[in-house]
Design a protein around this ligand. Structure first.
Ligand code: NI
Length: 152
């Protein structure tokens, strides 16, 4: 495993649309393992492949109960609305209140290509939407309704 460099908001790769994963092979597993180590080291909640310069539809999340690997996600249901604080490892020190659905359900594939469904509320719903946006080249600042002052 290796720690990969997290691209910052001035990198044009962060604004590109990622391609679906078609091969569930060693190369993908290496990427997932590296992303897990990178997320842990950065002490983050989620990380998407384009943030480490790989334009593939892959993201990972860790809400404190271990890593969830999400490949080729599709949002199939959303409900409600929430306004909460959000940040991004690619935009360090910047936080804002975003508007997101309160509940999200996705269909995705695991590292072996097996389909699964995942749903979540609150932080999980925010995180799924945030990371899924990265795969379409969208940063959270697009959903911010109020920026917060830097409190560091
Ligand atoms: Ni992010």
């Amino acid at each position: 495993m290796a720690i990969r460099n997290i691209l910052k908001e001035d990198d044009e790769l962060l604004y590109k649309k990622s391609k679906p994963v078609t091969e569930f092979n060693e190369r993908l597993w290496q990427l997932l393992d590296d992303m897990a180590e990178t997320l842990k080291q950065a002490d983050g909640v989620g990380l998407a492949a384009p943030q480490v310069g790989v334009l593939r539809r892959v993201f990972i999340m860790d809400m404190g109960d271990g890593i969830i690997e999400v490949i080729n996600p599709e949002i199939i249901e959303t409900r409600g609305r929430q306004e909460e604080v959000e940040g991004c490892l690619s935009i360090p020190g910047v936080y804002g209140i975003t508007e997101r659905p309160a509940y999200v359900k996705i269909k995705a594939q695991d590292r072996y290509g097996k389909e699964f469904y995942l749903d979540g509320e609150d932080l999980m719903a925010r995180c799924i939407c945030h990371e899924n946006d990265h795969l379409d080249g969208i940063l959270f600042t697009k959903h911010v309704i109020r920026m917060l002052e830097d409190e560091e």
